[in-house]
Design a protein around this ligand. Sequence first.
Ligand code: GTP
Ligand code: MG
Length: 202
Amino acid sequence: MLRIVESFYVKSAVEPADYPASAYPEFAFAGRSNVGKSSLINLLTNHHGLAKTSGTPGKTRLLNFFLTRYKIDGIEESGFLQLTDLPGYGFAEVSLKEQEKWRVMVNKYFEQRAQLKGIFVLVDIRHDADKKDIQLLEMLRLREIEHCVIATKADKIPKTKQKKVLDALAKGLGLKDEPLIAVSTLKNTGFEGIAKYLESKL
Ligand SMILES: Nc1nc2c(ncn2[C@@H]2O[C@H](COP(=O)(O)OP(=O)(O)OP(=O)(O)O)[C@@H](O)[C@H]2O)c(=O)[nH]1
Ligand SMILES: [Mg+2]
């Protein structure tokens, strides 16, 4: 299984000219404010505090780029991949002007980041499918960008109810062949699925 063994913050950027120049395969984390993007990056990298987390939504306003080194167990293979923490959307107190800035910034990233291998779209397992998430998924399908949906905060739903909740979420989000993985950064569950997804797209 793929395991991230080292990770560094590279830089934050808004414009493509400022993105890190390295061409390593890259994966990005998208989703509403407060859904748990930064927490997931920290857990995946096993690097507490790498991505800034907060109880206050809207903390991350820039594209934050991280470089990681991974190992694939069993074989002595080691390589680099990049993770990008995208600013959250859907935060009520953000002005329309700010929302438009977000849209332009993220669209440029999706359009111009050539080494982008996949997007993790995070949704809160407790919430019904949301219009903003559905729009993002539609846009990714249209652009033919590989993606995987992560239902976060799985610890908030009893195990016995998870399958039913996930089925309803998949239906609400209109998922077709896209994978849907439940994770909890609190309980440290669901990471094998993410590791497998990463490995399959490298
Ligand atoms: N119970 C529970 N709480 C979580 C989990 N993951 C994240 N959280 C909490 O959710 C809050 C938001 O987490 P962040 O990782 O900062 O969320 P974000 O998506 O990066 O938010 P923005 O940067 O504002 O877009 C924090 O208080 C986390 O502790 C989880 O798996 N379970
Ligand atoms: Mg964040």
